[in-house]
Design a protein around this ligand. Sequence first.
Ligand code: NZQ
Ligand code: ZN
Length: 386
Amino acid sequence: MQNFYYNIPTKIYFGKGQIEQLGKNLKAITDHVLLAYGGGSIKKNGLYDKVIEQLKNAGIQWEELSGIEPNPRIESVRKGVEICKKHGIGAVLAVGGGSTIDCAKIIASGTCYDGDPWDQVIDNSKITKALPVVSVLTLAATGSEMDGFAVISDLTKNEKWGTGNDITKPVFSILDPEYTFTVSARQTAAGTADIMSHTFENYFTTEKGAYLQARFCESILKTCIHYAPIAIQTPDNYEARANLMWASSMAINGICSYGENTAWAVHPMEHELSAFYDITHGVGLAILTPFWMEYVLNEDTVWRFVEYGKNVWGILEGSDMEIAKEAIAKTKAFFASIGLPSSLHEIGIDETHFDVMAQKAADGGLKYGFIPLNKEDVKKIFQMAL
Ligand code: NZQ
Ligand code: ZN
C-alpha cells in the first residue's frame, strides 16, 4: 500500500428528514446563498418547497440559478458566477444530481477568480479559492456530493473535462434516499453504472498491496448488483435507494483509492462520447466498460479479474482466464439486465469522430492506467463497442 493523505472533510447528513439540518447549518456559513438546480425535477417532487422553507425559517436570503443541464455547460457556470459576484453571495447551494453539484462547484471557484471560469476547467491549479458549496443530493451516481471533482462541458467546442480539487469539496451534503424515489428507471440504471465504473477505476490498479481497498470496492460492486434491480422494480424501496446512495458517495470519496496508483481509463473515453454526442454519462460507461475489460485482460492483469470473478460474482470453477472472461460476460449481462444499451450504434454513435475522440482521451492521461493505452488502443476499444 502506498503513502496517502486522508482528507474527506464533507459532513454528511444521511437519512429521512435530514433536510431539517439545512437551514441552521447553512446559516452558520452565510445569510445569502445561490440556490442552483436543474430542469425542474425538484419542483415536481416537492423538494424545492422544502428547501425554500428551510431558507426562510433560517432567515437566509437567496438568488436562483435554474435549468442546469445534464452534462452541465460552461454557459451555466458563467451565469452563476455573474449572479454570485453581483449579489455578494456567501455560498452555493446545489439541489440535484451530479450535474447541478458540479456546476455549483465551479460557480463557487469562478466567483473567486478574475478570469473566465473555463480556465479553471482546463487547469485545476487555477482553483485556489472558492465559496463554500453545500449540496442536497437527488440522484445516486457521481459521488459529487462527497468529492472535489466537477465535470463541465463546452459543447460548442466538443470539450468535456474534469476539474476540481480539495477546495471544491462540499462543506456538507444532505443525503435523503427518499428524494431519489422519483428517479426514472433509466437514470437509476445509468447512475448505478457510474457508481460501478468509479469503483472499477479504483479497483483495476497495479497496486497489489491495497487489500482492504479492494475489498471495499467489491462490497460496493455487490451492493450495486444487488440493489439496482430492486430500485428499478420498486422505485420507493428505501433500503435499495439508501444503499445505492451511500455506495455513490463511497465509490469516489477516496476510501477506495487511497494508497493506490489509480489513473482512470474508461472515464476519459466516455467523456469524449458525451462531449461529441451529449449522451448520459452512465450509459456511455456501461457500453465501454466490458470492452475495455476485454481489451486489457492478459496474463499480467488476470489476477485482478480473478478476484473480481470470485469475490463479486462467485465464479469459483475454471482456469484463471475462464473465470476472468466469465466475470466480464456477467458484467455486460448485468448492465443489459437493468436496461442499459450494450453498443454504441444503439445510441446513434458511429465512427465519424473516433479519431479525434481517441486522441483527446489518450491525451487525458491514459498512458498511466492499469494498462497504458494510446490513441490506437482507444480507437480499437471504440470499434469493439460499435
Ligand atoms: O435537471 P433535473 O430536472 O433535476 O433532472 C435530472 C436530469 O434530467 C434528473 N434527476 C435528478 N434527480 C432526480 C431526477 N429526476 C427525477 N427525480 C430526481 N430525484 O436526472 C437527470 C440527470 O441528472 P444529472 O445530474 O445530469 O445526473 P448525474 O448525477 O448522473 O450527473 C452526471 C454528470 O456528472 C458528471 C458526469 O460526467 C455528468 O456530467 N460526473 C461527475 C463526477 C464528479 N463530480 O465526481 C464524476 C463522474 O464520473 C461524472 O463524470
Ligand atoms: Zn462517472
